[in-house]
Design a protein around this ligand. Structure first.
Ligand SMILES: [Zn+2]
Length: 323
């Protein structure tokens, strides 16, 4: 079966922010809505109702929950049980995490249908390239409540057969340095370009530096996409663009976090690069697109002073592009 990747879980904008406020405001007066104010210690056990107290938002019982704090910082909660059909095996080193099953009224055979790259699965897949804080909770057999096991990074994923259907299996790795707390970064960012390499601890200074870098390069382009020239609008109508690392950060790519390795793109064209639907000729900067004729053959815009390096584009063309 072909691995189909749909970028439809790229949530941005006002909708998500107001949704997260709606989720929390009905029953709880928010005091801890900012991620930087979240106070939780590894080993602590939370009951369902404690989530509101700690995060300002309640848990709904899904395996993977996508959350935004009140500055629009995206984060995830992952829930894993010692028993149960997911059979997640949580160790102290890398471990595998089975994605979530299709949900909703269209599902005829719960637990037996092929998993899809939507919602939580898409969010974990996206976190491979654009890391966000991921809080892992674990429920030992026979217990209520969820033990907080610290934060994890997504190292890789596979779409593979299991028991007569296809599932997503994510390889996750605990973040070792527990003393550092992920912070919300930039109120304008809905999917912040934190991009810390998945193999390293989250470091506050590193996040700030990266955010500054991506902010500067976006400003160089006035938030216009280098492919199509469009600018999207984010919160309050502010201009919105995304920074794409051409040779991705983290394993297995280990690209550098430098301007020479970054493109400024709209969300659609960011998805096209993440999923290998576009290439760039390093001589002519002509864009080659797998399925969009209006883009195919156009020229990449490069701002004066943006020293984009051909070696990273070649890496993308050879190793990430899928056509
Ligand atoms: Zn674009």
């Amino acid at each position: 079966m072909a691995l189909l990747i749909s970028p439809d879980d790229r949530h941005h904008g006002v909708l998500n922010v107001s949704q997260s406020i709606l989720d929390s405001s009905a029953l709880f007066t928010s005091i801890n809505m900012r991620l930087e104010n979240v106070d939780i210690t590894t080993g602590e056990t939370l009951n369902q109702s404690d989530f509101k107290e700690v995060f300002g938002q309640g848990a709904t019982g899904k395996g993977i929950e996508i959350r935004y704090d009140d500055k629009g910082q995206k984060y995830l909660w992952l829930f894993a049980k010692e028993t149960g059909r997911y059979d997640d095996n949580i160790g102290t080193d890398k471990f595998r995490y089975t994605g979530e099953d299709p949900q909703g009224p269209g599902v005829e055979n719960p637990g037996q249908e092929d998993q899809e790259l939507k919602r939580g699965n898409a969010a974990l897949r996206e976190a491979l390239n654009t890391p966000v804080p991921i809080f892992l909770f674990y429920q030992p057999a026979g217990r209520d409540g969820w033990e907080y096991r610290g934060m994890v990074n997504v190292v890789s994923f596979e779409y593979k057969p299991r028991n007569g259907r296809y599932i997503y299996e994510f390889t996750l790795e605990p973040i070792k340095n527990k003393s550092e707390t992920p912070l919300d970064i930039d109120g304008q960012e809905h999917t912040p370009d934190i991009h810390q390499p998945p193999q390293t601890s989250i470091s506050v200074s590193r996040i700030i530096r990266n955010t500054q870098l991506t902010k500067e390069i976006k400003e160089k382009y006035d938030y216009n996409c280098q492919i199509c020239g469009e600018t999207r609008r984010g919160n309050n109508g502010d201009p919105y663009a995304e920074a794409h690392h051409v040779q991705p950060l983290g394993k297995p790519h280990n690209g550098p976090d430098e301007e020479s390795n970054i493109l400024v793109l709209c969300p659609n064209h960011h998805a096209d690069f993440d999923y290998g639907r576009a290439k760039i000729d390093t001589q002519t900067y002509e864009v080659e697109h797998a399925d969009r004729s209006e883009i195919d053959g156009t020229e990449l815009s490069i701002a004066p002073g943006h020293d984009l390096e051909g070696k990273y584009i070649r890496y993308h063309n050879a190793g990430i592009a899928q056509f």
